[in-house]
Ligand binder design. Structure first.
Ligand SMILES: [Zn+2]
Ligand SMILES: [Zn+2]
Length: 145
């Protein structure tokens, strides 16, 4: 699953397609879901990411790619046209995280853990009782009254 010869391990893009990238090196085989407040605000949901070395991530089309420094320790990249969350980069550590949801399938990756559950949204529920539906939720509009 990993390559060191510059060949493409993975490709990905934002929702509108104006940002496209490839990973030309090893990609961590696992995905983590981050429930921290910053990731929640940034994505509107969860950050699900894997990791590559920065020098192996090639921005093939930079389109509307924008970087936002979200803290003293990290910056985040998104598409300013469609809003897709794309990358997280540590400013002090050589970590470059890629939004797993932006990768083209099949990714060959596996969800390995949930992080920062201490900051999970109050609506979040890790219970296995939450229904899994293969189509729309079917829950409709706000409840009356
Ligand atoms: Zn876009
Ligand atoms: Zn986070």
């Amino acid at each position: 699953m990993t390559t060191n010869d510059g060949s493409i391990r993975a490709t990905g893009r934002c929702l509108c397609g104006s940002v496209r990238y490839s990973v030309r090196g090893p990609l961590r085989s696992t995905v983590t879901a981050c429930h921290c407040r910053s990731c929640r605000r940034f994505t509107g949901g969860l950050w699900t990411g894997t990791v590559a070395r920065q020098e192996h991530v090639v921005i093939e089309e930079s389109g509307s790619l924008k970087w936002y420094q979200s803290s003293a320790h990290a910056k985040r990249a998104f598409c300013s046209n469609c809003g897709s969350s794309l990358f997280w980069q540590g400013l002090e550590e050589p970590l470059f995280s890629i939004a797993a949801g932006s990768l083209d399938e099949p990714t060959g990756l596996k969800l390995a853990c949930h992080g920062w559950t201490s900051e999970a949204a109050d609506y979040w529920d890790f219970s296995p009782d939450v229904p899994l539906r293969s189509g729309p939720s079917g829950l409709g509009p706000p409840e009356a009254g």
